[in-house]
Design a protein around this ligand. Sequence first.
Ligand code: NOJ
Length: 462
Amino acid sequence: MTALPEDFRWGAATASYQIEGGTDLDGRGTSIWDTFAATPGKVVNMENGSVACDHYHRYPEDIKLMKDLGIQTYRFSFAWPRMFPTGDSRREQRGFDFYKRVINELLENGIEPFATLYHWDLPQTLQDKGGWANRDIVNTFADYAGVMAEEFGDVVKMWSTLNEPWCTSWLGYGVGVHAPGVKDLDHAISAAHHTALAHAEATRAMRSVRSDLKVGIVLNMSNYRVDDESNSELVELADLLDANINRWWTDAMTTGHYPEVLQPYYGKTLDRILLPGDEQLLKIDADFVGINYYSDSFVATPRPEDKPMSEGGLHPFPQRSNGTPPQPLTDMGWPITPEGIHDLVLRVAKDWPSIPEIMITENGAAYPEEPNEDGEVEDYRRVDYLTRHLEALSRAIEEGAPVTRYYAWSLLDNYEWAEGYAKRFGLIHVDFNTQARTPKLSAKTYATIIETNGESLKAVSV
Ligand code: NOJ
């Protein structure tokens, strides 16, 4: 392995609802996550983001911690309801002012801001009109994107429109385990179409305001592994899952079409919601695609007890259960598959050659380590996860994958959505009683990787 390209950039990522707190401050409107978390049975211990990491007040300290680690670029998200509390044209200046303060602080510390327009905290008023299942959201989102480019585009040049629209669509509107908690196949397919349209229209809106912005989308992608390639039922199932999660948004933006193989499952809804001209609208040149990579997926033959989506299962396809992933698992129950990041970025480069640049916009692992008696957080398993993924990624870059950046998930332990605060992904430990921050061993390891631009990974045994 050689060192990474000289202009490779190292970052860390967070999202507004997961870290900010201050949900009732300075005129912020209600988001769907406030509503969802207040609904019994939705989130572990009914935990919510009202305090979270108190980043709303502590952002100078958090930015200082980033600077100390040598982090070069920070991926954060704007909370839409801070600036547009009612989801219409009414603005809340104090919301804009908060992000101006954060961005100024970043710039003063030499850290490049990378903004995400939507990381799941939709204004509740928009959900009251159907949210992502209602096509009106496409123009509303594009209007929001245009204003944000006007307000922040002079200093923020790196933008992503949507974070993981698959999760928005399928977890939010299909299975209902994320806000807004809708369980309806028709709404999920509609949301998947409207997010794809919204990405394209928002990109156009932003480019019409400023031509010097880099705009992309952030997708959660995975490799679907099949134990037995000779089992055609499994191979077909893996292909459907791949189409549903990996190809939907990338095919839409590069070709204007959704994967044909999904037609038998989504056709009735698609025939109704696809309007003449959508093909042209969906097609948009991206400046980059951001990939959030956590683990590979293992497809197995469905067992009789696996539930279909109508009964709470995960997919509209033939029922399936998880295959046999390698052990051990992380605290989320996810397998550790570093080779997957290597294979995935090379696959994206090969299958969608018109995408000029790939970034790893999230990668990380949940482990529960707490400070020991000396105050150190010895998260050796996270160190191992991080270094092995980066070693595999650097090999893929050497083999020609156009990956330009890496963002660790996450800067801080934070609110892990329906899992509440128990799942810790941070490089920096947060004591949620005192709000004390403690950089973990993984943070120190990452600082060395950054300082040596990946040279220190040479010591990693594969
Ligand atoms: C992806 C999401 O973007 C982020 O919000 C979440 O915390 C991580 N995955 C870990 O589950």
